[in-house]
Design a protein around this ligand. Structure first.
Ligand code: CA
Length: 703
């Protein structure tokens, strides 16, 4: 009794001081350094860095929530994120304070007991920058280090904030003002250096990773991931080796790609920083490097010395990538016994569909096996350490091929987790096919800052054919990395589900596009708890402990990448408005309030008076410019509104919106450099046609 009472009193005192939350308290809570992150297991109640530990296993040692009580899990508190687009961040939780990002790179500090906002920092990213973001105006979180909070902004800045007040201390332009880069990934801090990459390979940029001094913002080093203009000197020695693998072509005119936009991990013992790199720019290798070659360091895992920025080893997952098969997916480090040997491994399930186990000291391939069905490769050659490409799926002759996986990958950025207890990796999988083609009229003279993939865009007008709900499949896969085989799977009604969290309570937590948030028995895959939130979840959950109570938190808000299947009838967004929230659960919590029910009424469109020629012109212009966010075929359940549902008034104002930026502040950019009034009139006619198609039910409705 005495014990209970003192615990209660202590709890009350801590709660009171957290509520007081002076800037000094908050700075103290943010006193994270390398020693603390390296010993993260000694403070299991906190979530100190993106993947909780430098090894990025996303495993919580907490077990107060387990099979005996998970059934009573309910809402502890919710925080309205004032967002209607994708929420992807991993919250950092330290001593009762939660630091996270919403859309538009906005940073929030939240009281982890109550959900009360302590401060918010809005970097005021220009709405126009939305057009450079391939995959929504998302952000995957902050890093916290020695009293500062670091965020990479969509428009390429890295900003250090005072953890006490949310006020900027320093800000650097990591992209030197050059469009169309974006930052959506979370920074990591290693040995006093903030590491950040960027995205943009779909629109044409040259990838690089940069390290900045965490105190001053001064640049420590920069590693380019692909060679630049051959007429200019190499920036660092690794570029000489890379340049030998690029043959012909003029890739440097649109950057070459290789952007490092997400996955990183760090091994303090080996002092190696691991960074994943992305696809080529353009996608198609026959254009990018017509003489062949592997095109280093596209789609690769780089092991970098964080002190010097020099490359220690590299492993290329997809040599000569031509499918957008990035290796930016989450990187995870673990120690395990394989074939009787204790191995220090690095694991990744990149887009290309192979699960890789590498020796993280040397980059040697320990094993590689397909984790999904695929047809781009027929197997893996352990002698060469390369996938075996399927010659039947080659599209160099210009003929379109339907290939699996799609540019969405077998697994994308949605984090996987690893339980040292079960030895299993929990991966959110999607199986989607995509019509790969080759634009034989491709030009490097792209519209500056616009998509330049090298694929034949005409196939995308009809993308809905490949986004058939029957061909969209998503599931949770429990993968044994030692045996390289599936242990169990849990099917979901749609693709594009959330990241996973494994806990010592023998549970795996995962949200989904259909709005469910669930817990599974980590050994068997049995679903032991589920709640319908009404919000499509793509973000990964985290777990933390305060005053002896374990919590599980997840951001809920649908969005992210659109290409390769915009339409998902199983998504919660087809029933509810995408009113993004941060949701936190505990044993004995309450119900989750649902978002506003979506009005799926289709306004009576005007009669179709435009000629078939005008509608066809509108379809083409829509595909080239609008489809990336509003869905190809004007069928959308992601990112930006389904334009078949807009009011007649909005459709009549299309010119103001598209050519004069009337909604730029809300993230609908001005496209007057790409479209003229005739194009907009044709797009309007096309949208009227698509609204009629929907009313006539020639396409699946969104409700
Ligand atoms: Ca890409």
């Amino acid at each position: 009794m005495l014990r209970m009472l003192s615990g209660l009193v202590l709890g009350l005192v801590v709660s009171w001081s957290a509520l007081a939350a002076t800037p000094e308290d908050l700075r103290k809570a943010a006193a994270v350094d390398g020693a603390r992150i390296s010993k993260a297991d000694s403070e299991p109640g906190n979530w100190l860095s993106n993947g909780r530990t430098y090894s990025e296993q996303r495993f919580s040692p907490l077990k107060a929530i387990n099979a005996s009580n998970v059934g009573t899990l309910g809402l502890a508190w919710a925080n309205d994120m004032d967002s209607t687009r994708g929420l992807e961040a991993t919250p950092i939780v330290i001593d009762g304070v939660m630091y996270l990002t919403g859309t538009w790179s906005i940073v929030h500090a939240v009281d982890a007991r109550t959900g009360k906002t302590l401060w918010t920092f809005d970097p005021e990213v220009p709405g126009q920058w939305a057009r450079y973001a391939c995959c929504d105006v998302v952000n995957r979180g902050v890093a916290v280090w020695e009293g500062k909070v670091y965020v990479g902004t969509l428009d390429g800045r890295l900003i250090a904030l005072d953890a006490g007040t949310g006020k900027p201390i320093w800000s650097v332009d990591t992209i030197d003002g050059k469009a169309p880069y974006t930052i959506t990934g979370a920074p990591r801090v290693v040995k006093g250096k903030v590491i950040i990459g960027n995205g943009g390979a779909e629109l044409g940029v040259r990838g690089f990773i940069t390290a900045y001094d965490a105190t001053t913002g001064k640049q420590a080093w920069r590693f380019y991931t692909v060679p630049g203009d051959p007429a200019k000197p190499f920036e660092h020695p690794e570029m000489a080796a890379a340049a030998k693998t690029w043959k012909g072509g003029e890739w440097w005119k649109i950057g070459g790609g290789g952007t490092a936009w997400d996955g990183m991990a760090y091994d303090p013992d080996l002092n190696l920083l691991y960074v994943g790199t992305g696809n080529g720019s353009p996608w198609i290798r026959y254009l990018r490097s017509p003489g062949g070659g592997d095109n280093l360091y596209l789609s690769s895992i780089l092991a970098i010395d964080p002190d010097t920025g020099r490359l220690k080893w590299h492993y290329q997952t997809t040599p000569g990538d031509t499918w957008d098969f990035t290796a930016t997916q989450p990187i995870m480090l673990a120690d395990m016994k394989i074939d009787g040997r204790d191995r220090k491994v690095l694991m990744q399930a990149p887009k290309n569909g192979f699960f890789y186990v590498l020796d993280r000291a040397t980059g040697e391939v320990v094993s590689a096996k397909p984790y999904i069905g695929m047809n781009w490769a027929t197997g893996f050659d352990m002698k060469t350490g390369r996938p075996i490409e399927n010659p039947e799926m080659n599209f160099k002759d210009g003929k379109m091929k339907v290939i699996k996986p799609s540019p969405a990958g077998g697994h994308n950025w949605h984090p996987m987790s690893f339980s040292p207890d079960t030895g299993l990796v929990y991966i959110p999988i999607h199986e989607i096919s995509f019509p790969y083609s080759y634009d034989t009229h491709h030009s490097y003279k792209q519209v500056p800052g616009w998509w330049n993939l090298g694929i034949d865009m005409d196939h995308l007008t009809d993308l809905t054919a490949y986004a058939d709900p029957d061909k969209l499949s998503g599931y949770l896969l429990a993968w044994d990395p030692v045996k390289q085989e599936a242990r169990w799977t849990v099917e979901y009604p749609g693709a594009r589900n959330g990241g996973t969290l494994a806990t010592a309570g023998n549970l795996v937590f995962m949200g989904a596009a259909d709005g469910t948030f669930s817990a599974f028995n980590a050994t068997t895959g049995e679903r032991v708890w589920t709640v319908q939130t009404g919000l499509g979840i793509i973000a990964p959950p985290v777990s933390y402990e305060l005053d002896g109570e374990q919590y599980v938190a997840v951001m809920a808000g649908y969005g992210g990448g659109v290409i390769a299947g915009a339409y998902d009838p199983a998504s919660a967004i087809s029933k509810y408005l995408n009113e993004g929230k941060l949701l936190t659960f505990k044993v004995g919590g309450g119900p989750v309030p649902k978002p506003t029910v979506r009005d799926n009424t289709i306004p009576e469109p005007p009669p179709m008076t435009a000629s078939a020629e005008t509608v066809a012109h509108g379809a083409k212009a829509f595909t080239k410019v609008c489809g990336f966010c509003h869905g190809f075929g004007a069928v959308s359940s992601l990112v930006a509104p389904d334009l078949r549902h807009i009011s007649n008034e909005t459709r009549d104002n299309l010119e103001e919106i598209v050519l004069h930026g009337a909604l730029a502040g809300r993230g609908m950019p001005n496209f007057s450099d790409m479209l003229n009034a005739d194009d907009v009139a044709a797009i309007r006619a096309y949208l009227i046609k698509r609204t009629h198609d929907l009313r006539d039910k020639t396409l699946p409705p969104t409700n």
